[in-house]
Design a protein around this ligand. Structure first.
Ligand code: RIB
Ligand code: CA
Length: 305
């Protein structure tokens, strides 16, 4: 059983398809701004639900960061937050979404053992939960989060997008000792999707295969347009760390997030020196072939009704 918190870009959808394809039940999905402003994230969720026949409940969460900012990468991803080589997710009626916070709280309250959360976007929803319902912190057994990075950033030279979009939210989780397992940029960069993968997907020759290969191709083009031969599978790597932890090596670390610097805001600082008291588990190595297989199998399966 898992709760998924997401900003519903294409790599988020891939991650959700992977979890759906695995033995885990999805108890609920909460939306957060990120890959696009919240109105578009809601549209993406409605379209993905209709397209893939998702039957888990979806809830609306934060439309802005803890400090009230709305940072998105739409200058790179386009207005849908989901670049494509042609086809878009088919239009679908808007969903009437209930609020995320009470739904997540109710799920945690009803659990017999601590719940597992997969977080694929800015951590705003989880920070609001921690601030408003501190009594529920002990009900969270694990948060596997795609975010942060120990080396260069992707949204700024210093910072990874999900950390940059709401660094205060990450700081709140760290200050409250939430059980964080972090699949950061450096871990996700070990897992690459290639032009051949896009071709292989299209070969299934169904309407869904054509859609998914256009969307995977659009995602890959982010890297190709910058002269790189392949693209990192961000959220799918986090989903794999959740589904198949034995495909990864995690080490403990004391993690902080830069809140002040003009050039470094949102940067995660990962202290793994001996003797340091850890507050998180940091992903060090991934079995890249296994993670790719999990991601590509879930996409291949989704090509068929
Ligand atoms: O930096 C990569 C992350 O930013 C991914 O979660 C992607 O979906 C965007 O949210
Ligand atoms: Ca995401």
């Amino acid at each position: 059983m898992v709760w998924i918190d997401t900003d519903m870009g294409f790599d988020d959808i891939q991650a959700i398809l992977m979890v759906d394809h695995s033995r885990f039940d999805i108890a609920g999905v909460s939306l957060v701004f990120g890959n696009a402003p919240m109105a578009q994230v809601r549209r993406n969720a409605a379209r993905a639900k209709a397209c893939f026949g998702w039957n888990f409940p979806i809830f609306a969460g934060a439309h802005q960061s803890i400090l009230g900012t709305v940072e998105t990468p739409i200058h790179v991803l386009g207005p849908t937050g989901m670049p494509t080589r042609g086809r878009h997710l088919p239009e679908a009626p808007e969903l009437d979404l209930g609020p995320a916070l009470p739904a997540l709280a109710e799920w945690l309250e009803g659990l017999d053992e601590p719940g597992r959360i997969l977080a694929l976007g800015p951590l705003t929803n989880l920070a609001i939960l921690v601030l408003s319902r501190p009594d529920l912190i002990g009900k969270i057994g694990e948060i596997t989060w795609m975010g942060g990075g120990a080396t260069r950033g992707n949204h700024t030279p210093s910072a990874e997008f999900n950390a940059f979009a709401d660094p205060e939210a990450l700081a709140i989780l760290l200050a409250n000792n939430l059980p964080l397992r972090v699949a950061d940029l450096d871990l996700c960069r070990q897992v690459q999707v290639t032009p051949q993968d896009v071709e292989d997907l299209a070969a299934a020759d169904t309407e869904r295969a054509r859609l998914l290969s256009d969307l995977l191709g659009g995602f890959l083009d982010i890297a190709l347009s910058r002269g790189r031969p392949s693209m990192s599978l961000y959220d799918p790597t986090a989903a794999a760390a959740f589904i198949a932890p034995n495909a990864f090596e995690f080490k403990t670390a004391f993690v902080t997030v830069e809140l002040a610097g003009d050039q470094t805001r949102g940067r995660t600082v990962v202290d793994q020196r001996p003797g340091v008291e850890p507050n998180a588990h940091w992903g060090m190595r991934a079995d890249a072939e296994r993670v790719r297989a999990l991601a590509l199998e879930a996409l291949a399966e989704a090509c068929f009704e």
